[in-house]
Design a protein around this ligand. Structure first.
Ligand code: HPA
Length: 238
């Protein structure tokens, strides 16, 4: 049976942020699930910056709990017109611009080098589960997008975002990598739900406002949770 985890990002650091609007105990062929695992990526008090997150420990811990599938929540900047603030995107591709992070479980001690297959970095079935759950949850989503993972913690320059746009990125965030790749190495299904909280640097001309980011986080996270809750309900009742 699939055991799910939610990795919470900015704006979703505590389970207390979850607003339970309905409760259901799905009955499966094997009985009731023991629950859904929640892991706040930046720590419960949001102290760990993106470049210092121990991504390997997080993924290894989830695997050791028996988790087999992850919904990763990320707050992102929007680069393309269909990815404006307030949008919820289910990306299907990723480009890695990070550096110096512990990015693999392959540490040279294994018997052979394992080149993880990563053509589709997000598990298509999980992405589809989210896309199908969206109308049922009453949440509008953009199905498909290219997440560009930057190093942070600073935001990007306008020229960096222009380059990312030329590369085909539609979103920019700081935590998607190496998290997605480690999940693949660990054999865990992984899909991302990205909440757009600002226009990326230089898009639209205005300077990025932290107040605006905070507002979009507050307004959008409940929708993200409703979407994931619906997807979980569907998956666990199968
Ligand atoms: N850039 C990188 N990461 C982000 C952004 C951004 O504009 N907004 C939220 N996370």
């Amino acid at each position: 049976m699939t055991k799910f985890a939610i990795i919470g990002g900015s704006g979703l650091d505590r389970l207390g942020a979850l607003q339970v609007t309905s409760k259901r105990l799905p009955v499966t062929a094997y009985g009731a699930p023991s629950g859904v695992v929640f892991l706040p990526r930046h720590g419960e008090t949001h102290r760990v910056p993106p470049h210092l997150i121990n991504y390997r420990a997080n993924i290894a811990a989830l695997k050791s709990c028996g988790v087999t599938a992850i919904f990763a929540v990320t707050a992102v900047g929007g680069i393309t017109p269909d990815s404006g603030p307030g949008r919820i995107v289910i990306p299907d591709q990723i480009i890695d611009y990070t550096y110096g992070r512990e990015h693999t479980f392959s540490d040279g001690t294994g018997e052979q080098v394992d080149h993880a297959e990563f053509t589709s970095p997000f598990t298509p079935d999980l992405c589809q589960l989210l896309a199908l759950a969206a109308p049922e949850a009453g949440v509008e989503v953009v199905a498909g997008g290219v997440y560009g993972a930057t190093q942070g913690p600073r935001l990007e320059t306008a020229a960096e975002i222009a380059r990312m746009a030329r590369d085909g990125c539609t979103l920019v965030g700081m935590t998607g990598m190496p998290e997605a790749a480690l999940a693949r190495e660990a054999g865990l299904d992984y899909a991302m739900v990205s909440l757009v909280v600002n226009w990326a640097a230089g898009i639209g001309g205005a300077v990025i406002s932290h107040a605006e980011i905070g507002q979009h986080l507050e307004q959008g996270m409940n929708k993200v949770l409703r979407l994931i809750g619906r997807a979980l309900g569907t998956a666990l009742s199968r």
